[in-house]
Design a protein. Structure first.
Length: 71
């Protein structure tokens, strides 16, 4: 489910998100919703995250931060 989280440590830090065992599933859902990826599709999510980070890392981080804080 969250196979790509290990690659996003700095992204989570920049977004001010502390990942815990309790919030991993919800954070995964938020990221997949942002990227319009089907839930529980880890390879597609990681591919979309990488593309988004290359295209607009700061924009993705801000969108993630806003989505996470608005739930």
């Amino acid at each position: 489910m969250t196979c790509y989280f290990r690659h996003l440590g700095i992204v989570f830090v920049k977004a001010g998100i502390v990942v815990t065992p309790e919030n991993r599933k919800q954070l995964d859902k938020v990221i997949q919703n942002i990227l319009h990826v089907e839930y529980k599709n880890c390879p597609d999510t990681w591919h979309a995250v990488k593309k988004r980070l290359v295209a607009d890392e700061s924009g993705f981080i801000e969108e993630l931060k806003t989505a996470w804080n608005s739930q």
